[in-house]
Design a protein around this ligand. Sequence first.
Ligand SMILES: *[C@@H]1O[C@H](CO)[C@@H](O)[C@H](O)[C@H]1NC(C)=O
Ligand SMILES: *[C@@H]1O[C@H](CO)[C@@H](O)[C@H](O)[C@H]1NC(C)=O
Ligand SMILES: *[C@@H]1O[C@H](CO)[C@@H](O)[C@H](O)[C@H]1NC(C)=O
Ligand SMILES: *[C@@H]1O[C@H](CO)[C@@H](O)[C@H](O)[C@H]1NC(C)=O
Ligand SMILES: *[C@@H]1O[C@H](CO)[C@@H](O)[C@H](O)[C@H]1NC(C)=O
Ligand SMILES: *[C@@H]1O[C@H](CO)[C@@H](O)[C@H](O)[C@H]1NC(C)=O
Length: 781
Amino acid sequence: MEKLQTVAVHLHTKRSKEMATIHTSLAFACFVYAYIFISSHARDVPTDSYATLGHGDATPSGSNFTFVCDPKRYSRLGLDMKKFPFCDKSLPYDVRASDLVKQMTLSEKVLQLGNTNRGVARLGLPKYEWWSEALHGVSNVGPGTFFDDLVPGSTSFPTVITSAASFNESLWKTIGQAVSTEARAMYNLGRAGLTYWSPNINVVRDPRWGRAIETPGEDPFVVGKYAANYVRGLQDVEGTEDFKDLNSRPLKVSSCCKHYAAYDVDNWKGVVRETFDARVREQDMVETFLRPFEMCIKEGDVSSIMCSYNRVNGIPTCADPKLLNQTIRGVWDLHGYVEASVQQGKVREADIDKSLKYLYVVLMRLGFFDGSPQYTSLGKKDICTEENIELAREAAREGTVLLKNVDQTLPLDADKIKTLAVIGPHANATAAMIGNYAGVPCKIVSPLEALSAYGEVDYKVGCADMRCRDDSLISPAMQAAKKADATIIVAGIDLSIEAESRDRVDLLLPGFQTQLINQVAGAAKGPVILVLFSAGGLDVSFAKNNPKIGAILWAGFPGEKGGPAIADVIFGKYNPGGRLPLTWHEASYTEMLPMTSMSLRPVDSKGYPGRTYKFFNGSTVYPFGYGLSYTKFNYVLKSAVRSTHIKLNKFQHCYDIKYSDESYTPSCPSVRIDDMECKGKIKFEVEVQNVGDRDGSDVLIVYSKPPEGIADTYIKQVVDFRRVFVPAGGSKKVKFVLNVCNSLRVVDYNAYSVLPSGGHTIVIGDNVISFPVHVNFSNFC
Ligand SMILES: *[C@@H]1O[C@H](CO)[C@@H](O)[C@H](O)[C@H]1NC(C)=O
Ligand SMILES: *[C@@H]1O[C@H](CO)[C@@H](O)[C@H](O)[C@H]1NC(C)=O
Ligand SMILES: *[C@@H]1O[C@H](CO)[C@@H](O)[C@H](O)[C@H]1NC(C)=O
Ligand SMILES: *[C@@H]1O[C@H](CO)[C@@H](O)[C@H](O)[C@H]1NC(C)=O
Ligand SMILES: *[C@@H]1O[C@H](CO)[C@@H](O)[C@H](O)[C@H]1NC(C)=O
Ligand SMILES: *[C@@H]1O[C@H](CO)[C@@H](O)[C@H](O)[C@H]1NC(C)=O
């Protein structure tokens, strides 16, 4: 859990009025770094009527808190609001924020450091708790949000890895909108904050990482698209998407992309995140680790970035001016605040001022100072609505991936199947389905409960728990399978095996689960369906190859409506169309390289293979992007631009890149993208035909492949994707417009993004369609 540490601040006012030394007390042994917003927030003042309430949220129930600059509130506090220019709505936010900070003494400023801001009574500034979470629903992990009798729960959507598998951008945004509406409603009721430290957009570089459950998978572009959509869903106030001044654009709630950057080792064989020094090549940094953050800021316009626990090349990410200041603010133009974590250090008062201003501007954009009339009517009726709960079910269905389906084992025919053996340690999964950073769900429905609606169920757990340490419960499960018309085994892993602070040591099903599955399948009378819960991939080659197991479904961790979603898919109420958002490696993969090797590329000198589908060329259990359907789709390429000729002007130069065959040197091997306008587009249209007999959704994943022979680059990379619904017998035309530079770029050894000349290839799906795109530069004159 991401707890913040308490922070003790000593003021060295004698020596220098300018310096505050910050010591963090290591109150929570679970980490070393404290999160100090080198900046911070407002929450309360002793004289405010609600200041003494235990929870101390910005709008505790029973108080009459509306917003800071409410004239009635000031008169209640016995203060003259006119004396405080920060309450003057005619002034720009940055001027108001500066005024507020200017009115504080250094010791008052220091009370606004840390996630719990104390406020300043004499200024009428209330306290504010910055830390709330909303990874896949409003969560009570942070102290800013809680549930009680008034608000007993919030909608618990599937975990991010499951929603990611839908490859549906509008779904991601819609979930964000539903979550922020519930968050605003809870804020009005004094149960939640306005600032949410979600989503987690670190790329899953290694299948062992314990936090894969929180992320959208291994591809930086897909992760970045998820981030941009979810952030827009959380943050955007309808009608203000095109607001001119992005520094004052209103926010529904504030979202935070974390953890910046190159963080994906939690605790692997004693290597822990707080002390791990990630040795990262700049090439990997630019190409993989930073890309989602760049997209989160540029496309999502996120209002906060959190830095990560680890060091990168010896420097704590939270103290790296290049990463934090130059890249985030300078190059990408963040409109918002950065949470910094420092262990101990001296901070200049000027830096505190700057950070505080960023924070107050965000609170102003949220309406904390002036109110948010468009949201004041939200309340209890807007939390756990039927519509949101149905969206949770829809998201779980869209994220379900069909991995195997021999001879149309699925869907089961509800008219013919009268008895079901429901088996396995996840068959009656409840809390396991909502994973971590969850809240209290509205109503959780297990697979067992949902499947019971379809027939007479014989439930046998098969294992005492997830670790399945002995085989004593296998025999009763076999007996059940022997008699039933169909057998559904729900197996996999949970937070006891992959979680925050817990990386996996292997990719196998734990304990006797494999025996359970094989023996039950061997005994079964009817068709056998294996449903798997996991975030990272599992080596289930045994099940893939076992002819008695007719179908395999991956459900990820599907949220509070996981049970009904699984039943919908098994009985054909929904035709699955999800795709794996990460590679399912063979178990031997983890023996080939340590988790601590950060390189995405193979390390030939050490015999390490590459990482992710972009750099790993070996065999897999199931590849990235894999997923079947109950129907069959054909693709027809309708039209495509196949070459791009770019004329260089006198300021643009050819740039050398390495080819594996060093004797091969094209006349103009590439041009650096920073030197180009990058207006070129690759346009094409694909007709998706549903030639089967069931309606269904298909995901078109578009990849680019660089020209043959370029040394040290990716095998292929995702450049776009689209999920489309096509009725049985129907077809749909899907248009793609790719930017030449974004889609064909290569990051070279020196970390320059370049557009290579020569024959690139656009590939759709698993080589279903491919066509060449020729890039040709001609020199000026
Ligand atoms: C809220 O306002 C009402 C009406 O002005 C007043 O009666 C009540 O005491 C106030 N409650 C608090 C907690 O200040
Ligand atoms: C994508 O998600 C939206 C929900 O936002 C849903 O209405 C739509 O049907 C989904 N598209 C496909 C093709 O499944
Ligand atoms: C951050 O960047 C700004 C402008 O790019 C510069 O003025 C400032 O000195 C930088 N601060 C630090 C701490 O590097
Ligand atoms: C299923 O799990 C729920 C919640 O943990 C529990 O109350 C119920 O008894 C379980 N059902 C069976 C049949 O074990
Ligand atoms: C796969 O990658 C390894 C590691 O770089 C390399 O040695 C091998 O030749 C590659 N195999 C193929 C078939 O490309
Ligand atoms: C690139 O363009 C030049 C000028 O039009 C042409 O002479 C040359 O053949 C082209 N090269 C390729 C590989 O298409």
